[in-house]
Design a protein around this ligand. Sequence first.
Ligand SMILES: C[S@@+](CC[C@H](N)C(=O)[O-])C[C@H]1O[C@@H](n2cnc3c(N)ncnc32)[C@H](O)[C@@H]1O
Length: 350
Amino acid sequence: MAMFPPCIPNYYIKKYSEKGQNVLDQFSGRGTTTLESCLLGRNGIGIDKNPLAYILTKSKVETPERQEIVNRINELWNMHSGDTADSCDLESVDWKIRMLYSDYTLSQILFLKDELKWREDSVDAFITALLLGIMHGHSNGYLSISMPNTFSMSPNYVKNYIEKNNLEKPNRNAFELLHKKLDRCYQVVRVKGKVYLSDARNLDMIDNDEIDLSITSPPYTRVIRYGDFNWIRLWLLGEDGKDIDKRLFCSGSLSEYEKFMTDVLKENYRILKDNSKAVYIIGDVKSRDKGDVVYNLAEFVWENCAKKVGFGLSSPILEDRIRDSSKVSRIWGETKGRATETDRILVLEK
Ligand SMILES: C[S@@+](CC[C@H](N)C(=O)[O-])C[C@H]1O[C@@H](n2cnc3c(N)ncnc32)[C@H](O)[C@@H]1O
């Protein structure tokens, strides 16, 4: 969610770094900067505290050999077929998940949920990314009842939608669909990257002055609830969407945002080489309670956080107006909340 277009990191990576250098994204999301860095021959390093973002980034930049993935899917399929014990207790699964999948499909998903060791193994992490991608959608390439949105609507909304449209849970074979998804999306990048499941304010795994360029898009106060809007995929990872939001930065308070971004920038400053650039893409947001008041968060971050940490402003803050529907936070139409059509690009220099 809230992905920025690849052309933005592509432009800044070419402008401010050389092949072989280290490019960091402290909020990697689905891995746009990290992938783009690897495609351009840089070492892409991603950080995200959300396990969903971690897996998506990892699958793009630490991609295993295709044959290893094929073999592992087949191994899991065989294990599941030979599993005669009534090992998965469907009755104990929450109704919110049971309403989405037939028993046949759900027993396979539960088996995979249990077997895939995505924290320890990169082949399993890749297969988990494939599975996350087919958890819900609107065609027969997906495991769920037909769901039109890429993000997860609230359980009650989905329940009413199912009743209103008389939807039946399809019997889909998860292993077959994993193979098909692999055929559709497998590509491998020559330069491998690295991703860490970690907080952007604490980058102990990176030394002082190790990074040549950083490009990122932090959360814009509380515009998107990365956990709650992905509760189905997070269930697969054994996580609760609302808990994830508590762990990520997710607050509407400007003073909390100031504290958070100051810590993020301090850590960014520590790991950047002298004279290197840090590019921040930050959208304007509407005030929660002051009618049409719009906050220029990029200006706020510059004045209240970056300057104090020691950064200089490399060029005037750029305005990027998003006129098409590519911004995920716009798809809610009238209920889109506090997102605006304006993003700003803040280029800082150490
Ligand atoms: C605006 S999105 C980044 C999107 C990314 N640029 C892309 O193209 O996909 C912000 C990301 O920040 C992550 N995040 C929120 N709080 C965090 C924290 N304290 N530490 C690390 N990541 C965090 C969220 O999980 C989310 O993936």
